[in-house]
Design a protein around this ligand. Structure first.
Ligand SMILES: NC(=O)c1ccc[n+]([C@@H]2O[C@H](COP(=O)([O-])OP(=O)(O)OC[C@H]3O[C@@H](n4cnc5c(N)ncnc54)[C@H](OP(=O)(O)O)[C@@H]3O)[C@@H](O)[C@H]2O)c1
Length: 314
């Protein structure tokens, strides 16, 4: 496994991490034995960065991780998030007040069965919160108390990432980055790199589309809490799959999988410290971890970026 420094935190993170949203059933039904096998495989392979959130299954993913890491908490750099209300009348809204974050952070620590997390991330705050939120003072206090070692943001829009870099308070930025979503490389990564803000690239497989294994027929099984129902409604799913086909040249004749190439694409950007694909089981974890050894030739990287720049006109 390759290790990289996560910006100013100085943490040495494995280039491939593990995203645990899938373990809470957000990619269809899961069973704990499979989830635990993915976590075990991660540790065996030298993967030391694990990302979760209190939002994944309303705490389910954190609880499972807490159990899985019992007796080996020190082997991982643990990152969680808060700010999304997952229960009660305000379910679906966000709250970044220091009172709310202070409370849910303690609840996360309890579920994770630990005294501290290495990284606490505000989960999708808007620019207003990033620029003027009172929560930053709370995060600093909690850092001094030793409950969190570092703090950062997980963002959706480029302007949120830019605000986080300019604000100078966020140690890290987590953002979706993959062959289909390349805006961060243009609009955010150069700024983050200059400011030495650690970049965590999430959803490198565009929620499994970039594995190349899905067809239009799969859409009908994306129901309920499956993120793909929400992320790719109507004909958007078919349109995204058409774009995925344009990346087949990456696997042709090379023996590489498309998933491996998709993860390697993310790692090729020097601003990226860690890529966090979700892994449903040990086999997916092994395949994803292997991508740390894959180097895509410059010509192929350029072709991937060209396709994105041209709006995926082949
Ligand atoms: N706002 C936020 O902060 C936010 C949002 C999204 C994600 N995240 C974080 O980023 C992590 C990763 O994103 P993600 O899980 O949404 O998407 P992803 O990593 O792009 O896709 C993960 C899914 O792809 C499939 N997969 C993974 N490895 C595979 C392999 N080797 N071969 C075939 N299929 C494979 C699995 O689904 P199937 O087996 O069902 O195909 C898996 O659940 C999350 O777990 C979470 O930690 C954060």
């Amino acid at each position: 496994m390759e290790y990289r420094t996560l910006g100013t935190t100085g943490l040495r993170v494995s280039a491939i991490g593990l995203g645990t949203m899938v373990h809470a059933g957000h990619f269809g039904p899961m069973n704990d034995a499979e989830s635990l096998s993915a976590i075990d495989a991660a540790l065996e392979l030298g993967v030391n960065f694990i990302d979760t959130s209190d939002a994944y299954g309303a705490g389910y993913s954190e609880t499972l991780l807490g159990k899985a890491l019992k007796g080996r908490r020190d082997k991982v750099i643990l990152a969680t998030k808060g700010g999304n209300i997952m229960a009660g009348p305000n379910r679906g809204k966000t709250d970044f007040s220091s009172v709310y974050i202070g409370r849910v952070m303690d609840e996360s620590l309890k579920r994770l069965q630990t005294d501290y997390v290495d990284l606490y991330q505000l989960h999708n705050p808007n620019v207003e919160v990033i620029e003027r939120g009172e929560v930053w003072e709370l995060l600093e206090r909690r850092k001094k108390e030793g409950k969190i070692r570092h703090y950062g943001v997980s963002i959706n829009k480029m302007e949120e990432g830019v605000a986080a870099v300019k604000g100078g308070r966020s140690d890290t930025i987590q953002v979706e980055y993959n062959m289909l979503v390349q805006q961060p490389a243009q609009e955010l990564f150069p700024l983050a790199q200059k400011a030495n803000v650690g970049v965590i690239a999430r959803a490198p497989l565009r929620r499994s589309l970039l594995t190349g294994k899905l067809t239009v027929a799969d859409q009908k099984r994306f129901l309920g809490e499956d993120v793909r129902a929400r992320n790719f409604p109507g004909d958007l799913f078919a349109k995204e799959l058409e774009k995925v086909e344009l990346f087949r040249f990456l696997e042709r004749g090379s023996g590489r999988s498309l998933a491996g190439a998709a993860i390697a694409f993310c790692l090729a950007h020097p601003a990226v410290s860690v890529v966090i694909p979700g892994a449903r089981n040990a086999q997916q974890m092994r395949e994803n971890a292997a991508a740390a050894d894959l180097r895509l030739p410059l010509q192929e990287l350029q072709r991937v970026t060209e396709l994105w720049r041209n709006g995926f006109r082949a």
